[in-house]
Ligand binder design. Sequence first.
Ligand code: AMP
Length: 188
Amino acid sequence: MLNIVLFGAPGAGKGTQSDLLVAKYGLTHVSTGDLLRKEIADQTELGKRIKSIMDSGSLVSDDIVVEMIDKAIANDHAGILFDGFPRNVAQAETLEKLLEKHGRKLTCMISLDVPREELIRRMLERAKVSGRSDDNEETIKNRLKEYEAKTLPVAAYYEGKGLHVKVNGFGDINDISASIIAEIEKRK
Ligand code: AMP
């Protein structure tokens, strides 16, 4: 069973590539960002607590996302594509334990490599149509700062475990998808 982490900065194309991979391999797409946005849209107690944090571009607390991931793994039978998780090393360590608890292993972590200027360009472009309250210039800066300070060390964590696969995320969407698929096929 495939269990894959799709990793990259905000704007790296994780959402787009997730859709293509989910269609190809029949995986369950687990995006913590989407799950959190749903809580806000549904105006749940949790949604009310996290709205201002997400609007500022900061990360929400580990407990919240870890609980979501635990449930998602427990409910899944197809294999999972993790999108937007883990976002820090503590979450990566927890993911390993959760997968083990459910008798699974991570296949690999695919990291989409995109130059910083391109990330900002894409996010500002997306801001025009996404309706996402965190797609504005101020928040984008903070999201990149959070990524560099907290999320980037996750790549080194998986590198140490021999699970980090870097893919060029700049160029044609279908070419990027083909590169990702080629890497997954090597590790299936
Ligand atoms: P995303 O859709 O992945 O860009 O996530 C949007 C926002 O949701 C982030 O800026 C964080 O506030 C929050 N978020 C998503 N995933 C996580 C996570 N794994 N840990 C903490 N916060 C997260």
